[in-house]
Design a protein around this ligand. Structure first.
Ligand code: PLP
Length: 484
């Protein structure tokens, strides 16, 4: 490539690439010092950016890195900070970043087996490695009727599950003719389940009205008696129940539905059972936490997000089906321009038939890097350390008379609140987040404003949790003194 080319030569790429890696490594070293939540005002970053692309580019990335420091970093909320305790984590461990870089470096679009056999076959192998790591039932492993695929998100996974279930219950009619001629379909989840289920039902043409949100017990788990009554009432009213989504670790409080109970009901009424373990599925890497998967052999599909707790950078959701026939029936489409000998032979997996988009990134690489560098023991160690730190935090809350725990906390999420009103709790959260010392989020449980503290960042250590608690107590004292 000539010096005058406007493309970077491999040598120029190497030089710029070292600078970028150096920038990321320095970010990892310093991220714990930054205020966790971004302090910029709406529009501030936009105003700092030129209105149009430059007429003349430059092959030197150093000016871009300078703008990363000066313009972009102030507008970053540091999910990579060891002081990030909000929402659920989004982990970008060093090996995952390197695996992702490899994927970018290869620039592969693995829609079909033939468009890069290694992309498909590494993915099949990684999904089996994960299935073994979590000890998922055999029916989800490759080799039989089932199998796994990497989706971008748990939201896409539940949408795919809904479409596969719709395909099964309508025996393909919904795909051929739409839903107008079919019996109206109804789906079920608890009131605590993730909003992506309702979104998936809207996209699938079933609509929000087709979702029955069933109440929960005092542990925030779905009420099986109420669920059965709702299914019976729907059948009597002429609906066709077809889909149930169980949650293993709800977003709000980390609650677990009974997959054993739901599985039995689904068998009785011939319903598709999807299991959403987006956050807490990772815990099953440890034998002592595998109880969360009890009954999973009754499920039709299952997903968890390595991009949450399992050290893999966004996006990476692992999704399995027990029988891929319905999924491929719902999503497979075969235009002439994609036909090829390998597909025709029937001997290969074409993952475009397992997902919504056609194109797909080579995400299996980052899982491969993560699983090979950490190993099973490394993943287990992270889970145990985070659970240990969370239990330590819960004990601190429990021992402090000014606070109360608000939900069971078997893993790495604690829901708690300052004894007092919602206003004080909201003020406490906002003061803590504005201080930059840590970042936590909130939810509503039993109609009360509750704080959520989730320990899931790979770099978080005991000192960060201790420091967070010290700050929480300091700010709580100040909120209480202002209130009184
Ligand atoms: N399900 C649960 C239980 C979640 O907690 C979340 C997100 O936090 C989701 C689904 C949606 O995840 P995603 O962003 O991968 O769609």
């Amino acid at each position: 490539m000539s010096e005058n080319s406007n493309h970077m030569s491999p040598e120029e790429f190497r030089r710029n690439g070292y600078a970028v890696i150096e920038w990321i490594a320095r970010y990892m070293e310093e991220v714990g010092e930054y205020p966790v939540m971004s302090r910029v005002s709406p529009g501030e970053i936009l105003d700092a950016l030129p209105a149009a692309a430059p007429d003349h580019g430059s092959k030197d990335v150093l000016p871009i890195l300078k703008d990363m420091d000066e313009i972009i970093l102030p507008g970053i909320t540091h999910w990579a900070s060891p002081k990030f305790f909000a929402y659920f984590p989004s982990n970008a461990s060093p090996p995952a970043i390197l695996g992702d870089l490899m994927s970018s470096g290869l620039g592969v679009q693995g829609m079909l087996w033939v468009t890069s056999p290694a992309a498909t076959e590494l993915e099949i192998r990684m999904m089996d490695w994960l299935a073994t790591l979590l000890q998922l039932p055999k029916r989800f492993h490759s080799g039989g009727n089932g199998g796994g695929v990497i989706q971008d998100s748990a939201s896409s996974s539940v949408l795919c599950a809904i479409l596969a279930a719709r395909e099964r219950v309508t025996q393909g009619q919904s795909n051929r003719e739409g839903l107008s001629g079919t019996q109206p379909l109804t789906a079920y989840s608890s009131t605590e389940a993730h909003s992506s289920i309702e979104k998936g039902l809207r996209i699938a043409g079933i609509g929000s009205q087709g979702l029955r949100k069933v109440g929960v017990d005092e542990q925030f788990s779905i009420d099986l008696v109420a669920l059965r009554a709702q299914i019976e009432a729907d059948i009597a009213a002429g609906f066709r129940p077809f889909f149930v989504s169980a949650t293993l670790g709800s977003t709000s409080s980390g609650a677990f539905d009974s997959v054993v109970g739901l599985g039995a009901l689904c068998q009785e009424y011939d319903l598709w059972l999807h299991v959403d373990a987006a956050m807490f599925g990772t815990a099953a890497a440890c034998p002592e936490y595998r109880w969360i998967h009890e009954g999973l052999e009754l499920a039709d599909s299952y997903c968890f997000n390595p991009h949450k707790w399992m050290l893999t950078n966004f996006d990476c959701c692992a999704f399995w089906v027990a029988d891929r026939k319905d999924l491929i029936g719902a999503l497979g489409i075969h235009p002439d321009y994609l036909q090829n000998r390998a597909t025709d032979s029937g001997d290969v997996t074409d993952y475009r038939d397992w997902q919504i988009p056609l194109g797909r990134r080579f995400r299996a690489l980052k899982l491969w890097f993560v699983l090979r560098t950490y190993g099973v023991e490394g993943i287990q160690r992270v889970v145990r350390e985070h659970v240990g730190l969370t239990q330590m935090f819960a004990e601190l809350v429990c021992a402090a008379p000014a606070f109360e725990l608000c939900a069971p906390h078997p893993f790495n999420l604690v829901c708690f609140r300052l004894r007092g009103g919602d206003t004080e709790n909201r003020q406490l959260m906002e003061a803590l987040n504005d201080s930059g010392a840590l970042y936590l989020s909130h939810t509503t449980l039993n109609d009360q404003f509750v704080l959520r503290f989730c320990v899931g960042q790979w770099a978080t250590e005991e000192c960060h949790v201790q420091e967070a608690w010290t700050r929480i107590c300091e700010f709580a004292a100040s909120v209480q003194s202002t209130a009184s």
